[in-house]
Write a protein that binds this ligand. Sequence first.
Ligand code: NAD
Ligand code: UD1
Length: 336
Amino acid sequence: MNIFITGGAGYIGSHTCVELLNAGHQVAVFDNFCDSDPEALARVERISGVRPRLYQGDVRDLDVLTHALRDSAATAVIHFAGLKAVGDSVLHPLNYYDNNVLGTLCLLRAMGHCDVKQLVFSSSATVYGDPIELPIPEKHALSANNPYGQTKLVIEKMLRDLYSSDTSWRISILRYFNPVGAHSSGLIGEDPKGTPNNLMPFVAQVAVGRREYLNVWGNDYATPDGTGVRDYIHVVDLALGHVKALERLQSRTECEAFNLGTGIGYSVLDIVRAFEAACGKELPYRIAPRRSGDIAVYYADPSKAKKWLNWEAQRDLKTMCEDSWRWQSTNPLGYG
Ligand code: NAD
Ligand code: UD1
């Protein structure tokens, strides 16, 4: 299959390029590098032996996007491009509606113009808001606590409305839990700009000496050790979920949402201990007040993806930490 990947130079996109190339597909990447480095695609080539075709542009530029999609001769699209920093979305909400919602609208129009009607979309577990049921199934009520989450909800609704208007579309909405880890080669990984907001990249930067200590945001939650519990999923397992979602769309017209998680919850201190074991160092941390907007516990019910996509996460926490450490220790400053 020939697949067009928006945001393909980013963290999850670059790992998905590798898994699609490994599975024998062709890929074309469309990215404006606002949050990534072209070096990631050179690394994809080192791993897979194939350099993805690159179209540099912004998904909100309909003419450029339509031209690229047509030129690529792709029959399916995976849409990763977007902004993802929750705190930043509270400060600059319009940037998020513009990039994420308008960007997706332009993409759907471009796909319509080119008669490409297969789409895998990157959504997030953030669309479940504060969970009222654990583990969280796809039928859980949807809500959002911040503008970033709202953009994912609006886009999901837009996709369902589109499918209702034209049932020849094939749409898979993938709701990621907490992606972590890196490719086992250590050549590609997460390279956040500035101070990382998310736990695993912060821990990795403490381990490599870029940060003095970790702030643990609260130890008074109703969890076994008082710290927040999440469903961490290895980015390679996540990437493989996209390959499976595309395979399913070959034989079905539908618009369905799937959780991509492991179903297992780990606390912040579980992560610190597992990372210490992976890097062989003690990692300094301090207990700090709760982070505003944080949820105590969430983890996926991954059974729908297992049954419908024939997909299940394989990599455990040890592997997540070891792979993350390999990437961070061999690329202490990321791609830069
Ligand atoms: P990332 O920032 O590493 O990758 C996003 C890519 O999109 C980057 O290469 C960036 O340059 C590109 N991009 C952004 N806006 C663009 C635009 N207007 N035009 C063209 N390219 C543009 O992020 P990621 O972690 O790989 O996340 C990918 C997707 O998955 C995002 O939509 C994100 O919201 C979603 N997601 C991520 C997480 C996570 O924790 N990483 C969790 C849930 C959902
Ligand atoms: C965050 C986002 C969420 C997004 C997800 C994946 C918020 C409020 N939520 O979720 O919308 O979908 O990332 O990108 O930002 N922690 C620390 N110290 C740190 C960093 C994190 O103790 O320096 C703790 C958090 O309090 C939490 C856990 O680690 O308990 C995981 O945090 P994080 O990696 O930011 O992910 P989420 O909070 O799940």
